[in-house]
Design a binder for this molecule. Sequence first.
Ligand code: SF4
Length: 71
Amino acid sequence: MKLSVEFGRCEGHGLCEEAAPELFRLDDEGDLLVLYDPSAEIPSGQEPAAERAVRVCPVGALWRLDHSQAG
Ligand code: SF4
């Protein structure tokens, strides 16, 4: 499972950090930090958290790359 992270869309709501604290963090400036290699697969065991993060992001900055094509 891979995620696409569009930093330009991120508004720093931090919901992904709550959903997946091992994968995402906001720094003191409210900028999104990705705590894994985003060009690689989600670390083993973190897939459920990653899916939660995709669902909660209010601006659609996160999405699955290897999911069914959704237009
Ligand atoms: S939930 Fe979305 S908008 Fe909020 S910090 Fe995460 S990626 Fe950015």
